[in-house]
Ligand binder design. Structure first.
Ligand code: RFL
Ligand code: PHB
Length: 402
C-alpha cells in the first residue's frame, strides 16, 4: 500500500498538556494543527499524574472556554501546610499573593476536557500512531512520517503529514528532542537519589489543604482528588520494587512522617493504585532547530515537589502560540526565533524553585549532617519570615509572565 500524503500548518507530536493546549491556542488564532499521539484515548484519560494548577493556568482555561467542569469539580485552596519537627505551619498563599489560590484538579481531568473540546471543534487527532519520524526539519518543507491503524487485524496505514512547522510535545521519552542533532544541543541534568511512591485511596480528606512534610525518615505529601479519593506520596528509593510496599507498610510510613505533636491523624482507606517514580531536573537548550520546536517535558523535567511540570508545559506553548500567530498574521519571524530564549527564562526559574523545594523537604542520603542542619534552618527561617513566605507563595502560584 502507498503512503497517504496529507498537509497542515502545524504538526504536533503528543497529546499531553503541551500538545493539547497548543492545538487549542492555535485553533483560536485560526491556525490549523494536527495532533499525532502514540497512546489510545482511554490510556491518556486514565494516566494519573499532576494535581496542582497555577492560577494563570486556571485563568487561561477559563479564557479559552474550557474551564466549566474544572470550576465545578476542582478544589480551590487558600494555601498549604508545611510540616516539620512535628509541627504544622500554614502558608497563606491567598494572603501572600493578593488573592491567588491553589487549584487541585487532576491532569487527566484537564486532558479529558481538552480532548473532548478538540474533537467537538472538528480538530484532527490520530491516536495510536507508530514509527514516528520527523523529516526535513532543517528545510522549508518538514514532515512527519508515521503509521497508524491495523490493530484489529486490518492493514496499518502509512502517512506523511507535511507541515510548515513541527512541534515536539512528546514528553521526556519521545523522539522530538533526539531529532535535534546531538552537536546542536546541550543537556543540563540532575538526578536525585530518591523517588516518590504515590498512592490513590478511597478515603475522605484528612485535611482541607495539601500538607508537605519533611521528616527524618523522608518526605511525605498529602494531596487530594475528590471528596472520596485522596492522593498521597512518600519519599522512597527510586530503584525500589513496589512489591516491597504492602499497604500496611505504606500506611505505617505515612503515619510516622505526617503525624504531629498535637495529635493530627491521617485517615486511611483502601489503596487502589500505587507506583514509584524517579526524580530528575533536566533542561535541553536550545528548544528549536530549523522548523522544529520542542515544548513541555520533551524539553525539560522538574521534580514534582514544586507542582510545576504541567504548568510549565502550558507556559511554553503559550509563548510558542503567540510566536506562530506573529508569523501567520504579520509575517514576523523574530518571535519564533526568540521562542526558546523567552521560554527558558521562565523554565530556569521553575527549575530553581522545584530544586529548592525538593532539597529543602527531602532527606538526602548523600548529604552531610551539616547540610541536614542547614535544611532545618532554612525551613525555620522560612516559616517565620513574611518575606521568605511571600517568595515561596509567589513561585508556587506561578510567576508573572514578563
Ligand atoms: P506528557 O504529559 O508526557 O505528554 C507527552 C505525550 O506524548 C506522547 N508521545 C508520543 N506521541 C506520538 N509519537 C511518539 N513517538 C510519542 N512519544 C510520546 C505520550 O503518549 C504523551 O501523551 O508531556 P507534556 O505535555 O509536556 O506535559 C508534562 C506533564 O505531563 C508533566 O510535567 C506533569 O505531569 C508533571 N507533574 C506535575 N506538574 C504540575 O504542574 N503539577 C503537579 O502537581 C504535578 N505533579 C507531575 C506531578 C508528574 C508526576 N510524575 C508521574 C512524573 C506528580 C507526578 C507523580
Ligand atoms: C498531586 O496532587 O498529585 C500533587 C500535588 C502537589 C505536588 C505534586 C503532586 O507538588
Amino acid at each position: 500500500m502507498g503512503i497517504r500524503r496529507t498537509r497542515t500548518q502545524v504538526g504536533i507530536v503528543g497529546a499531553g498538556p503541551a500538545g493539547l493546549f497548543l492545538a487549542h491556542l492555535l485553533h483560536r488564532s485560526g491556525i490549523e494543527a494536527v495532533i499525532l499521539e502514540s497512546r489510545a484515548r482511554e490510556e491518556i484519560e486514565g494516566t494519573i499524574r499532576a494535581g496542582v494548577l497555577e492560577q494563570w493556568t486556571v485563568d487561561l482555561m477559563n479564557a479559552m472556554g474550557l474551564g466549566a467542569r474544572m470550576m465545578r469539580e476542582a478544589h480551590f485552596h487558600d494555601g498549604f501546610t508545611l510540616r516539620f519537627a512535628g509541627e504544622s505551619h500554614h502558608v497563606d498563599v491567598r494572603d501572600l499573593t493578593e488573592g491567588k489560590r491553589v487549584t487541585v484538579y487532576a491532569q487527566h481531568e484537564v486532558l479529558k476536557d481538552l480532548l473532548a473540546a478538540w474533537l467537538e471543534s472538528g480538530g484532527r487527532i490520530v491516536f495510536g500512531v507508530r514509527d514516528v519520524v520527523l523529516n526535513g526539519i532543517e528545510s522549508e518543507l518538514p514532515s512527519i512520517a508515521f503509521r497508524h491503524g491495523g490493530e484489529g487485524g486490518g492493514e496499518a496505514e502509512a502517512e506523511e503529514l507535511h507541515c510548515d512547522f513541527l512541534v515536539g510535545c512528546d514528553g521526556f521519552h519521545g523522539p522530538s528532542r533526539q531529532a535535534i542533532p546531538a552537536g546542536a544541543r546541550t543537556e543540563y541534568q540532575k538526578v536525585y537519589p530518591f523517588g516518590w511512591l504515590g498512592i490513590l485511596c478511597e478515603a475522605p480528606p484528612s485535611h482541607h489543604e495539601l500538607i508537605y512534610a519533611r521528616h527524618e525518615r523522608g518526605f511525605a505529601l498529602l494531596s487530594t482528588r475528590s471528596p472520596d479519593i485522596q492522593r498521597l506520596y512518600l519519599q522512597c528509593d527510586p530503584h525500589d520494587d513496589i512489591a516491597n510496599w504492602s499497604d500496611d507498610r505504606i500506611w505505617a510510613e505515612l503515619h510516622r512522617r505526617l503525624e504531629t505533636a498535637a495529635g493530627w491523624r491521617l485517615v486511611e482507606g483502601r489503596i487502589f493504585q500505587k507506583n514509584i517514580v524517579s526524580m530528575r531536573s533536566f533542561v535541553c537548550e536550545p528548544m528549536q532547530h530549523g522548523r522544529l520546536f520542542i515544548a513541555g517535558d520533551a524539553a525539560h523535567i522538574v521534580p514534582p515537589t514544586g507542582a510545576k511540570g504541567l504548568n510549565l508545559a502550558v507556559a511554553d506553548v503559550l509563548v510558542l502560540s503567540r510566536a506562530l500567530e506573529g508569523h501567520y498574521r504579520a509575517g514576523r519571524r523574530d518571535r519564533l526565533d526568540a521562542y526558546g530564549a523567552t521560554a527558558l527564562r521562565r523554565i530556569w526559574k521553575a527549575e530553581r524553585f522545584s530544586w529548592s523545594m525538593t532539597t529543602m523537604l527531602h532527606t538526602n542520603p548523600e548529604e552531610t549532617s551539616f547540610e541536614q542542619r542547614i535544611r532545618m534552618a532554612e525551613l525555620d527561617y522560612l516559616v517565620h519570615s513574611r518575606a521568605a513566605l511571600t517568595a515561596l507563595a509567589e513561585n508556587y502560584v506561578g510567576l508573572p509572565f514578563d
